[in-house]
Design a protein around this ligand. Structure first.
Ligand code: FAD
Length: 384
């Protein structure tokens, strides 16, 4: 059996390399049920991911890295990284092992179309190579063309139109794990741009996430807003509520203000030990009056600062994208129902997960399922 890896770019794994810039968080160490609960999107939900992640779980991914001579470790957050943090060594050894085992790499081949099966049952693929169409055919094909974020790495979502041309339904790609925009009231940016809101809790709908938010010129970035992305996208009028003092109850905050009857903002800043960003944000909550009316009013605002969000940042900036080939188009094996022998894997399928290693793990697990299914499918075809 021979295998060829095609890529539109001059080299493979460009997003894998980009992902390693800030430390390649390859997977996560936590109980299986918690791990599975991180995957969202339309059905098939939990049972499918449960089976998929049992087949190729975080330990399997760490063993795979270890076989390539790359040791991994779990940080106290549960995030798992290669010892050297970066992806270059892992990618280099991975490609080397594939080459050694006979895999051919054909770079600068942009897949453009899938033609009807040949009379011999082969699958003809059309690539664009230096502006010219090139046709080649295979017994089975695994597409892993990525989502739509960071198009400069090669995953530009151009495949969506080509899939739709062959009547495979695709949920529109949209930005995930990304910042959101808001119209900040006057003064906020001058006071707090680039400052973090640390140890806060952000909520949207019924979901709450503890962590950090970063105030930017256009809105908010940070782990909290990334994790709330799916809920925010489902809201007609997306809004996040930020609890600036999650360790203190409303009553405790009121108590700390004592007999204060005026200058609530100034008093709260010192008595609650508010940092610059929290104070600036709290100040936006009292409206045109420029001051709160009571200790109760300022404490309530601190427990739920409301920020109306206008839109997610553009998909090109996002860490990942949601949307992709709809599950209804796929069999359990990840074969496209209407295209026997054609499989899909990775971010190009309609699922979503937060940062924390879940994206890579999801790609590796779907990749493993699609790859093993393709081999099984070919064997079944060639056996008498
Ligand atoms: C800045 C950043 C940091 C990240 N950090 C992490 C992290 O720490 N942990 C984590 O779990 N995830 C992280 N991710 C997400 C992770 O990198 C992706 O989820 C993952 O790479 C997706 O893998 P994939 O194989 O589905 O697609 P990709 O890695 O995007 O690969 C798709 C490949 O398909 C090729 N291609 C596309 N269209 C065509 C075509 N028509 N013809 C031929 N080839 C084509 C592309 O050139 C590309 O090489 C990060 C992403 C970004 C942008």
């Amino acid at each position: 059996m021979s295998v060829t890896v095609f890529d539109a770019k001059a080299s493979v794994g460009r997003k894998f390399l980009v992902a390693g810039r800030g430390g390649l968080n390859i997977t996560h160490e936590e109980p299986h049920a918690d791990f599975v609960s991180k995957y969202s999107g339309p059905s098939p939900a939990a049972p499918f991911w449960n089976a998929l992640l049992s087949e190729f779980d975080a330990d399997a991914l760490r063993r795979w890295a270890a076989e390539l001579g790359v040791e991994t470790f779990a940080a106290c957050t549960g995030r798992v990284y290669p010892r050297e943090f970066k992806s270059a060594q892992l990618l280099r050894r991975w490609v080397h092992r594939l080459r050694e085992s006979g895999v051919r790499f054909a770079m600068n081949h942009r897949w453009a179309a899938l033609h009807p099966r040949s009379p011999q049952g082969m699958i003809p693929l059309e690539f664009e190579v230096q502006g010219e169409p090139v046709r080649t055919e295979f017994d089975a094909v695994v597409f892993a063309l990525g989502g739509g974020s960071w198009p400069e790495t090669g995953s530009d979502g151009g495949w969506v139109a080509a899939f739709e041309r062959i009547s495979v339904s695709v949920a529109p790609l949209c930005a995930s794990n990304c910042g959101w925009e808001t119209d900040w009231p006057p003064g906020l940016i001058e006071a707090a741009e680039g400052r973090p809101l640390k140890n806060v809790v952000g909520s949207a709908g019924n979901e709450s996430v503890a962590g950090e938010l970063m105030i930017t010129r256009y809105g908010l970035e940070g782990g909290i807003i990334y994790k709330l992305g799916a809920v925010l996208r489902s809201m007609a009028e997306p809004e996040i509520r930020v609890d600036l003092k999650p360790a203190h109850s409303l009553e405790a905050l009121i108590r700390k203000l004592g007999l204060c009857r005026a200058n609530f903002l100034r008093e709260a800043r010192s008595r609650w030990r508010l940092d610059e960003a929290s104070w600036a944000l709290l100040r936006t909550q009292c409206g045109d009056a420029g001051e709160f009316a009571s200790t109760e009013a300022i404490a309530s605002a601190a427990k739920a600062c409301r920020i109306r969000l206008t839109r997610p940042r553009p998909i090109a900036e996002a860490i990942s994208s949601a949307g992709g080939v709809r599950w209804s188009e796929l069999e359990e094996s990840l074969m496209v129902r209407r295209l026997p022998g054609v499989f899909v894997a990775g971010e190009m399928i309609d699922w979503d997960a937060p940062t924390g290693g879940y994206l890579m793990q999801g790609c590796f697990a779907t990749g493993t399922r699609a790859g093993t299914s393709a081999v099984a499918w070919m064997r079944a075809r060639t056996q008498p």
